[in-house]
Structures are given as C-alpha cells and as structure tokens.
Design a protein. Structure first.
Length: 256
C-alpha cells in the first residue's frame, strides 16, 4: 500500500517496524492512567519510536486548555455535535466525565485496519471497559504513579503550569485517581511510571512482545524480561504498597 511505512534495514527481525498487514490482524493497545501519571509523555514517546502504530485522538466537549490545539490533543466539539455523533453510532466508546463528553470515534480503528496498522487508544477506565467488551482481543495497559504523594506533586506542577489556582481541582483529581486505580486488575499490564526512561523502554517492550506473539514467535531476552515484569499476574504483590497509599486494597477489586 502507498501508506505503508518504509521498513528499516532490520525490520524483518524487528516487529517494532512491522505493519499489521505483515503480522495478520492489527492489534489494538489500550492505555489508561490517572491524570498526572505521565501517560501523555509515554504515549508521545511510543508514537515517535514505533512504526505502524496509529493513534486515536479522542473527541471531547470540554474547552481547550493552555496551548492545546484542535486535532492534536483532542478533537473539540460542542455538546450538540457530540450528541449527534452518538445518535449516528460513530463512537466505539464514550463517557460523561465531570460534565464533559469524551469519546473514541470508530473512524480511527477503521483507518488503522485499512492501512494495515496497529492502533493505540489513550482512554480513561470507563472507556477502556467499554472497549474491552467490544474488542476482547485488545491489549490493555494501566499506568500507575509510584505513590499518591508523587501524583499530588505532579498534579500541583501541572496546575501551576496551566495557571489553575483552585485547590479543589487537585483534590478532585486525586479522589478520581483513587477510584480509577481500583480498576487496575482489569488490565493486562501494569506499568509503574517512576523513572521515565525505564517506563518508555518497558512500554516499547510490551508492544514488541505482543507483536512477536501475533506473528507466531515468542519474545526473548530483555524484551521478554521487561514485558513480563509488567504483566498483571507478576506485579500484583509488588504494587500493593502503591495501592495502599491511595487507600486501595487487593480485596477491593476482583478481575472480571
């Protein structure tokens, strides 16, 4: 196809550079995290370093913040326009969050499949639950901050950068984070974003290992080690101290 990315010299041995058409059916990666966990930075790094991975830009009715631009961070719509898209069944998922709609348009998945690409979806836990029901073969990744205290510090830095002065907004985001984190055990991988460089490598390893499996090969070496270390069943015990800082316990959530 004309839109296929050009393979690198070692793309035959590098599934990060393989398109979905080379591997069969395209993969859908879902990534969720509480606000302030560093998810956007991780997603941007992944998009710049991985070929054949399309990104779904969410639609929302909230107003742009700071330097955000329409079509870059979000596609901004009026509430009436959004509800017309709902009526036309143009969303894979949508939710009302703090009085604003957020949704994932079907066109991004259709376009990725047509081009032979995988698709990366950056969505909250409500949207992720809807998509996991509709796309049970999707691969889901939840990004955890290293602690509630660290998340609060990050939120305060973000609020300062956005010139947000209302302390109630930070508290509301922390309360929301505690609720969202209860859903961690509905995800395939848990990535603790403590050191950014390490988290980027782990995220790339997850994509690479899933691409290898879809192509009929098993990951090995450092890629396997990094990806397997993030698998839900392998991190349950180690993340309990993080969950405790949010007041969450293992028994409070049961995997569906």
């Amino acid at each position: 196809m004309a839109d296929e990315p050009k393979p690198s010299a070692n793309s035959k041995a590098d599934p990060l550079a393989m398109s979905a058409s080379n591997r069969g059916c395209g993969l859908v990666f879902i990534i969720s995290a509480p606000s302030g966990s560093g998810k956007s930075t991780l997603v941007n790094e992944l998009r710049h370093s991985v070929e054949g991975l399309d990104f779904s830009i969410s639609y929302t009715t909230r107003a742009p913040r700071g330097s955000e631009q329409n079509g870059r961070e979000y596609c901004y719509l009026s509430r009436d326009e959004f509800e017309k898209m709902i009526s036309a069944d143009l969303f894979l998922e949508y939710a009302d969050v703090f009085g604003n709609y957020y949704g994932t348009a079907r066109c991004f998945l259709d376009r990725a499949m047509q081009h032979g690409h995988d698709l990366l979806l950056d969505i909250d836990v409500q949207g992720a639950a809807q998509l996991q029901a509709k796309l049970p073969q999707s691969i889901s990744i939840f990004v955890l901050p290293p602690s509630r205290r660290e998340l609060e510090l990050r939120l305060r830095r973000r609020s300062s950068a956005e010139n947000v002065k209302d302390p109630g907004i930070i508290q509301r985001r922390l309360d929301t984070a505690s609720r969202e984190i209860c859903n961690y055990n509905h995800y395939d991988y848990i990535l603790v974003n403590d050191r950014l460089e390490d988290s980027i490598e782990a995220l790339k390893a997850i994509v690479l290992s899933e691409r290898l499996r879809r192509s009929g090969r098993e990951p090995s070496g450092e890629v396997r080690r990094l990806a397997e270390r993030c698998r839900l069943e392998n991190v349950r015990e180690s993340i309990q101290s993080i969950l405790a800082t949010f007041g969450n316990q293992e028994s409070s959530a049961v995997r569906k």
